[in-house]
Ligand binder design. Structure first.
Ligand SMILES: Cc1cc2nc3c(=O)[nH]c(=O)nc-3n(C[C@H](O)[C@H](O)[C@H](O)COP(=O)(O)OP(=O)(O)OC[C@H]3O[C@@H](n4cnc5c(N)ncnc54)[C@H](O)[C@@H]3O)c2cc1C
Length: 402
């Protein structure tokens, strides 16, 4: 039997992808299918235990091996592979996608900006799933506005840094062994005065304050009080923390779009299955014209999201400097549409779609945060509008006076 994955074979067949991606899509789909008992079991567990189990299982199965490029494993930095993996995992189980994505999110700055010693210390164990990572940039007063980060890192007499302040809304916060932390160093204002650090969980002065989000998962605020790290904890160059954060977010936004696509396809498949069996008005729900319109709108949303994610990932992989614009578009569209598709699926299932822990009820809770983290929809719209190509508008200006 074909794996029950999210992928649309007609999209996978497009020249955006090559055979290595098609092989990967098939392999991750089979793995997700084979692990159906794991997904069921994981939902019964406490979110911290579930998160740890999933990072370890992903590591053992080799799905995180690309996080250690020195080991020569497959597809380091391949955005299409990253997106396809997230799409399949999100389709199968939200917590599996969460475990995969946060591990990749926290290892990627080390891959891209770390010293040889930092890479050696962290990447092999992150790739095996032995060491769990988290990425901490947000603060209660600095969410959308990353340049407003206030957590201070002051130099001490031994050349190290002492961190004081807080971080907010950190995924994997309660289970991470190491945090990638963006802090304010020096007196430069806004984006200029930020530096990124690698802070092990065991560092004295670091306290984790657990939170419970809408969809259960490891999530926490962090408090830093006189938290000292050595000079070699700096990741990348001092004063370049904003660049590290933006480089990461630009690359990962399209992958959030891919996860949204996985959720949306699962919802659409569930809704279609129900509509084809549910009898209403003397026929099947699927045969009613109003239902057909909903199913058609879902299909168009899914197609557009899949194509936008594929384009963004392909642009990033071929090194187009405007890939970040496409990444923003893919995330905005895919997450907004996923919300609509999931809501429509709940509507088509009626009361049965709202029963706690049913597929659609879970998706309804799981999809919501995607429009908030790694760039809210509003902030993405501002960025997209700010990066518009105005050349055609320059030509069209003549029409205004004609
Ligand atoms: C599930 C989840 C996981 C997360 N994981 C992490 C993590 O691992 N690491 C991390 O660092 N952070 C994480 N975050 C935090 C996330 O990045 C922030 O929530 C996000 O950046 C938005 O910031 P905020 O919540 O402070 O909202 P705000 O920035 O206060 O925004 C509130 C509202 O105002 C709107 N808004 C903001 N600015 C403008 C503007 N200029 N014009 C118009 N509207 C505007 C926003 O769109 C939004 O609707 C996570 C959040 C969630 C929900």
């Amino acid at each position: 039997m074909e794996p029950a994955t999210s992928f649309d074979p007609e999209v996978l067949a497009l020249p955006f992808y090559d055979d290595s991606h098609r092989d990967l899509a098939r392999a991750v789909g089979v793995w997700c299918d084979d692990n159906a008992p794991l997904w069921r079991g994981i939902r019964e567990e406490d979110p911290d235990k579930a998160g740890l189990t999933l990072v370890r299982r992903l590591g053992e199965a080799g799905w995180l091996s690309f996080l250690d490029p020195a080991a020569g494993q497959a597809h380091p930095g391949d955005h299409r592979a990253l997106c396809l993996t997230r799409e399949a995992l999100a389709y199968a189980e939200d917590l599996a996608d969460f475990a995969f994505s946060i591990q990749a999110l926290s290892a990627t700055p080390v891959i891209r900006f770390g010293s040889d010693a930092q890479k050696e210390a962290y990447l092999p164990r992150m790739a095996s799933g032995e060491l769990v990572g988290a990425f901490a940039v947000s603060e209660e007063q600095a969410g959308s506005d990353v340049a407003a980060v206030e957590l201070r890192a002051e130099r001490d007499e031994d050349g190290g840094y002492v961190l004081d302040g807080r971080k907010a809304w950190i995924a994997n916060g309660t289970i991470a062994d190491v945090f990638v932390v963006v802090a304010r160093t020096g007196g430069a204002p806004g984006a200029l005065g930020l530096t990124t650090f690698l802070v092990p969980r065991s560092t004295p002065g670091l306290e984790v304050l657990p939170l419970e989000p809408l969809a259960p998962r490891s999530f926490a605020h962090l408090s830093f009080t006189g938290c000292r790290v050595p000079a070699d904890a700096v990741l990348g160059r001092p004063g370049r923390g904003f660049v590290v954060a933006m480089d990461l977010l630009e690359r990962f936004r399209m992958t959030v779009g891919a996860a949204a696509l996985g959720f949306a396809r699962r919802a659409a498949d569930t809704a279609l299955a129900r509509a084809r069996t549910r009898r209403v008005a003397g026929g099947l729900l699927a045969d009613q014209q109003l239902t057909k319109a909903v199913l058609a709108d879902m299909e168009v949303s899914l197609d557009a999201a899949a194509l936008l994610v594929a384009r963004a990932a392909w642009e990033a992989d071929r090194g187009n400097r405007r890939f970040a614009h496409h990444s923003n578009i893919a995330k905005l569209h895919a997450t907004e549409e996923a919300q609509r598709v999931v809501d429509s699926a709940v509507q088509l299932l009626g009361a049965s779609g709202l029963v706690r822990d049913s597929v659609t009820e879970r998706l309804y809770r799981q999809v919501r945060s995607l429009r908030v983290y790694e760039g809210t929809s509003e902030v993405l719209r501002l960025s997209i509008a700010g990066a518009l190509d105005t050349r055609r508008a320059d030509r069209a200006a003549a029409d205004l006076t004609a």
